[in-house]
Design a protein around this ligand. Structure first.
Ligand code: 13P
Length: 249
């Protein structure tokens, strides 16, 4: 059985006090959900959030990580640093990292290796841009992102991978992929994994959808058979809407 997951990517939002307020609000509002819940606060708040969630059923992810073990990389954060404060999950390959910070598939392949070597769970993000979809290249773009960024890993490492399909044109735009568009791409992703690896891996990996998921559209997106949950940006910054999305699973 594949896991259902709802993850909140808080991006560069919320200072420490705001983060703590959101967390305590979330703890009271979340209630029962079948989904595994993950939150990804900014680096400066990771330690406090990890401490605050020790007894809670919410996991914590970092939004990024450097590929090197340590060294002269001013401003960067290593896998060991994350692990040392109890962070076991890392988001890699978010389209904002790719677009604004020049993260390439090759760099991401390195980051994936480092995270897996440290036995971390990787939430690997990818997705096409609007012009790719308009020119009907969205499947090949996604296939290449997977092949070049993550298909080098051993079959045994897939148990530590969650995929997040996030079409760039749907992120923060209020425009979502329709449930059918999401299902079509998720089924394609699974078929691509089955071809490169095998059916078992393809059927067991959780594939999340991300891009303007809100309380009013979550249920129909999550109802699709190959959509195993969501990676939520804007709507995860409000406890009530994040809780409503988590309950829609
Ligand atoms: P929005 O939900 O704000 O569109 O962001 C999605 C996202 O980028 C999650 O990583």
């Amino acid at each position: 059985m594949r896991k259902k997951i709802v993850a909140g990517n808080w991006k560069m939002n919320k200072n420490l006090a705001e983060t703590e307020a959101l967390l305590s609000d979330l703890k009271t509002k979340l209630g029962k959900t079948e989904a595994e819940i993950i939150v990804a606060p900014t680096f400066t708040n990771l330690y406090n959030v990890t401490e605050a969630l020790r007894q809670a059923d919410i996991k914590v992810a970092a939004q990024n990580m450097h590929q090197a073990e340590n060294g002269a990389y001013t401003g960067e954060i290593s896998a060991d640093m994350l692990k040392s404060i109890g962070v076991e999950i890392v988001i890699l390959g978010h389209s904002e990292r790719r677009a604004y910070f020049g993260e390439t598939d090759a760099l991401l392949a390195d980051k994936v290796n480092t995270a897996l070597k440290h036995n971390m769970m990787v939430i690997f993000c990818f997705g096409e841009e609007l012009q790719d979809r308009k020119s009907d290249n969205h499947f090949s773009v996604v296939e290449n992102q997977l092949k070049n960024g993550i298909f080098h890993i051993d079959a045994s490492a897939w148990k530590n991978v969650i995929l997040a399909y996030e079409p760039v044109w749907a992120i923060g735009t209020g425009e979502t992929a329709s449930p059918d568009q999401a299902q079509e791409m998720h089924a394609f992703i699974r078929a691509t994994i089955a071809k490169a690896y095998n059916d078992t891996i393809a059927n067991e990996v959780a594939i999340l959808y991300g891009g303007s998921v809100k309380p009013n559209n979550a249920e129909e997106i999550f109802a699709k058979p190959d959509v195993d949950g969501g990676l939520i940006g804007g709507a995860s910054l409000d406890a009530e809407s994040f809780a409503a999305i988590a309950k829609a699973i």
